[in-house]
Ligand binder design. Structure first.
Ligand code: GTP
Ligand code: MG
Length: 203
C-alpha cells in the first residue's frame, strides 16, 4: 500500500474512549524507546506524525492516526521502563493489555524488539502472553542500522529459538531501520494484505 493521507486524531488513556472500531487497525507496541513512534513516522513518510524522543517514556497514551482515510494506526506507550514511577508503569501495562484484548478491529499488533540485543525476558514474556491470549502479532526488529547484519541476524535467530520452546509456529518477522528506511515496503505490503480480510464486528 501507499500512504497518501495521514492525520493525527486523538490520544486516550483508556480503550473505552478510542474512536469507533469501524475501520481496520494496526498498533505498535514494545519496550520504551525501542522505536515505535519512529517506525510510524518512517512507514507514513512523515517526520513528525508521531512524537519521538531520545528519552524513554515519551508516548504515554493510546494515540490514533487516520491513514488513507480508511484505517487506523495506533502508537502505544512502551512497557518495561524502570525509571517511570511504578504507579505509571502499572497504569500503562493495564492500558496496553486492555487495548490489546478489547479492540475488536485490531488486525495485528506489531511488537517491536531492539535488534541490538539478545532476547530479553520481558519481550519473550510479553509475546508469549499474546500467544496465550490469541492476540495476533508480528515481530519487528528495530534499529538494524546500529549493528552489523550478522549481529542482527543472530539476535533474530535467538529470538526465534526462544519462541519455539513454547510455540510450534513463528509469527511474521520484519527487520527495520527508521534511519535507513529499511523494512518499509515489507510491512506496508503485509498491512495491505491484512486489511483485505477486515470485517466490522458488531459488539
Ligand atoms: P516511547 O514512546 O518512549 O516508548 O519510545 P518509542 O518506542 O516510541 O521510541 P521513539 O520512536 O521515540 O525512538 C526512541 C529513540 O530511538 C529516538 O532517539 C529515535 O531517534 C531512536 N530510533 C528509533 N528508531 C531508530 C532506528 O531505526 N535507528 C536508529 N539509529 N535510531 C532509532
Ligand atoms: Mg513513542
Amino acid at each position: 500500500m501507499e500512504v497518501k493521507f495521514t492525520e493525527y486524531l486523538i490520544s486516550n488513556p483508556d480503550v473505552k474512549t478510542c474512536p469507533k472500531a469501524d475501520k481496520p487497525e494496526i498498533a505498535f507496541i514494545g519496550r520504551s524507546n525501542v522505536g515505535k513512534s519512529s517506525l510510524i513516522n518512517m512507514l507514513s513518510n512523515k517526520k513528525e506524525l508521531a512524537k519521538i524522543s531520545s528519552s524513554p517514556g515519551k508516548t504515554q497514551l493510546i494515540n490514533h492516526f487516520l491513514i488513507n482515510k480508511n484505517m487506523y494506526w495506533v502508537d502505544l506507550p512502551g512497557y518495561g521502563f524502570a525509571k517511570v514511577a511504578q504507579s505509571k508503569r502499572i497504569a500503562w501495562t493495564k492500558m496496553i493489555w486492555n487495548y490489546a484484548e478489547q479492540r475488536t478491529n485490531l488486525l495485528t499488533l506489531f511488537v517491536l524488539v531492539d535488534s541490538r540485543h539478545k532476547p530479553q525476558k520481558l519481550d519473550i514474556e510479553f509475546v508469549n502472553k499474546l500467544g496465550e491470549k490469541g492476540i495476533p502479532f508480528a515481530l519487528v526488529f528495530t534499529k538494524a542500522d546500529k549493528e552489523s547484519q550478522k549481529e542482527v541476524a543472530l539476535h533474530v535467530s535467538l529470538f526465534k529459538t526462544a519462541l519455539l520452546k513454547t510455540w510450534e509456529e513463528l509469527p511474521p518477522i520484519f527487520v527495520t531501520s527508521a534511519v535507513k528506511r529499511l523494512g518499509r515496503k515489507e510491512i506496508l505490503t503485509y498491512v495491505e494484505d491484512l486489511c483485505k480480510d477486515f470485517e466490522v464486528q458488531i459488539p
